[in-house]
Design a binder for this molecule. Structure first.
Ligand code: EPU
Length: 450
């Protein structure tokens, strides 16, 4: 109707109308990118919060949905932008995807495409696991390069080596990976180094491959175990997840399932650390404490009191935290790199000096200049940061450079005099479902502004 009306107008209004229509998406994106978080310090955190299912568990599970010739229901699913992007890829492959109130339904009966457009793959690292899943289902895949947070060099050589060992023919042209899996067969493959994504990719590529595949030097992260549990709930035969050796016996097909992914250990760790920073007493629910053991140990060394019962962790912080002598990131069960960005803020306001060594990604100190702007004392040398704790930070306008760095700045803002404004919130939204709502439930003064 409106379009008809405009057809009868002059050329200029018609041009303006067309211009507005074509730019509405662009303008909406600018609006989202203009959103900021404003944090006011001075509030201790109290209360109880249930964390959502883990982003890094859900993303490979979503890729795994294309292996199923049926319907999948996933529970307790948060509204993270990375999850929405994976759902867009599923739709582009022929899946029907519906999300309502934390429940995600995926019907993958009609998957009939094997192309993941660059426009869909480039924003998200986990898009690379569609490679294994599509080789498993369609025996071929054409996929754009993966993107994701700029936390340093993120190669995919281990993924490619493993898939080639399974017999996939892979070459790169015009920014796309062209993969033919018609001659794929089971094998024994040892990863040169542990990689979460590469382990998940190889598992996804093997579950429908007749025979026995053995993967060695696998990543042991809970998110790998959860992917395997999800696949097993659809009838896959996989053993050894959580150890260095995973064995997969290919089955003919995977059936429908209803699955509840594990709670998000990094979101849980973020809110516990927030309480350590502000002081207070919080309870975080829906989290397996074993998934956070290295983090809980560090929080306890800092002087926090912890009480752990089943899937609940209570943290009491009634004094300024003591600095840790050192934090060194590593693969599970060592200290997670994602929590390093969060602990950088805790160490910035703790009593003493801490040396942080980042072993996984070379771009994980990007928030340091902003923390220094807020009054932190931090020196960085290559993959190390020496943090001398100060009693208080001061609020400033800062910018999220990636998901966890952004969350770290929010936490620093909770202990910074006055207001801290954090822009580039879209990075934080990749892995927290409105972080301001969760922190407000715990008593923080934080709001989203434009
Ligand atoms: N690596 C290679 N070659 C590869 C793959 C990885 O050299 O082919 C290296 C990486 O450069 C890194 C190490 O191996 O130094 C480990 O990387 P990994 O492959 O395990 O990481 P990932 O699968 O890309 C996942 C999470 C990250 C998390 C890391 C480490 C997802 C979607 N991402 O990434 O989470 O930091 O494991 O635990 O699961 C986040 O949530 O913000 C995030 C970045």
């Amino acid at each position: 109707m409106i379009i008809k009306k405009f057809k009868n107008c002059g050329l200029v209004p018609r041009f303006l109308f067309a211009f507005c229509l074509s730019n509405i998406k662009f303008l909406m994106r600018i609006k989202i990118n203009m959103e900021k978080l404003r944090v006011h310090s001075g509030h201790k955190l109290f209360g109880s919060l249930k964390v959502c299912s883990s982003k890094n568990a859900i993303l490979p599970i979503l890729a795994g949905c294309v292996l199923c010739n049926g319907e999948i229901t996933l529970l307790n699913i948060p509204n993270f932008s990375d999850i929405n992007k994976m759902c867009e890829i599923l739709k582009s492959l022929g899946c029907i995807v519906n999300y309502f109130n934390g429940v995600l339904h995926i019907n993958s009966k009609n998957v009939d495409r094997f192309l993941v457009e660059n426009s869909l793959s480039k924003d998200i690292r986990a898009s690379i696991v569609f490679l294994g899943a599509l080789l498993g289902r369609m025996k071929r895949c054409v996929i754009g390069q993966p993107g994701g947070c700029l936390i340093g060099n993120r190669p995919i050589d281990l993924h490619i080596q493993g898939l080639k060992a399974l017999g996939a023919n892979i070459y790169e042209e015009h920014g796309y990976l062209y993969c033919n899996g018609e001659n794929m067969r089971p094998c024994t493959f040892k990863f040169e180094k542990q990689s979460v994504g590469a382990t998940q990719n190889l598992i996804l590529a093997s579950v429908l491959l007749k025979g026995k595949t053995t993967l060695k030097n696998c990543a042991k992260e809970p998110e790998v175990v959860d992917l395997v549990n999800f696949l097993k709930s659809m009838g896959a035969k996989v053993s050894g997840a959580g150890t260095g050796t995973i064995t997969i016996y290919g089955v003919d097909e995977l059936h429908s399932t209803i699955y509840l992914p594990i709670g998000d250990r990094i979101v849980a760790g973020t809110y516990l650390t927030a309480c350590a920073i502000t002081g207070g007493n919080v309870e975080i629910c829906n989290i397996n404490p074993n998934h956070l053991s290295s983090v809980l140990k560090k929080l306890s060394f800092c002087g926090c009191q912890l009480c752990i019962k089943n899937d609940k962790i209570k943290l009491l912080a009634n004094q300024r935290c003591k600095s840790l002598k050192s934090i060194t990131t590593g693969v599970f069960p060592k200290f997670p790199t994602d929590m390093q960005s969060i602990f950088l803020s805790l160490m910035a306001i703790s009593k003493g000096k801490c040396v942080i060594t980042e072993q996984l990604f070379d771009g994980r100190f990007k928030q340091v200049p902003d923390l220094i702007k807020m009054g932190a004392k931090i020196d960085t040398f290559c993959n190390m940061a020496v943090v001398t704790g100060v009693e208080n930070l001061s609020g400033a306008d800062v910018s999220a450079t990636d998901l966890r760095a952004g969350a770290g700045l929010v936490l620093a803002g909770l202990k910074a005099d006055g207001y801290t404004t954090i822009d580039n919130v879209q990075y934080i939204d990749r892995g927290y479902d409105h972080i301001e709502n969760d922190l407000s439930i715990l008593g923080a003064e934080i709001e989203r502004i434009t």
